[in-house]
Design a protein around this ligand. Structure first.
Ligand SMILES: [Zn+2]
Length: 109
């Protein structure tokens, strides 16, 4: 299946890049999102299912950032990261195990 290279989030179109290595302050990370550059980067050192989870994770970060306009204090950043991780991983399972429900939702939009 063709890998996606763009995603719309709110009023913006983000580029998606699958890269390796992907470093943040010298440390290898699974994914990064950049609001100013409208760029999501996914590290290809992960399995395909982990890359999907990471892409959904980065999309959710941008949803929170753009749609909620969160001001990221240190306390909110930690809670937002936990919520994002829990939600992305949980939605990956829901999407995988319920294709009829997901197709119904997509067809109803
Ligand atoms: Zn994160």
């Amino acid at each position: 299946m063709k890998v996606p290279n763009k995603v719309r989030i709110g009023p913006h179109r983000f580029d998606i890049k699958f890269v390796n290595p992907l470093l943040l302050e010298g440390e290898e990370v699974c994914g990064l999102s950049d609001t100013q550059k409208c760029l999501l980067q996914i590290n290809t050192f992960q399995t395909p299912s982990m890359q999907a989870d990471t892409l959904l994770h980065e999309i959710l970060h941008m949803v929170h950032n753009i749609q909620l306009g969160l001001t990221l204090t240190e306390d909110i950043t930690i809670k937002e990261e936990l919520l994002t991780t829990l939600t992305a991983t949980s939605l990956c399972q829901v999407f995988r195990d319920n294709p009829k429900v997901i197709n119904w939702i997509l067809n109803s939009l």
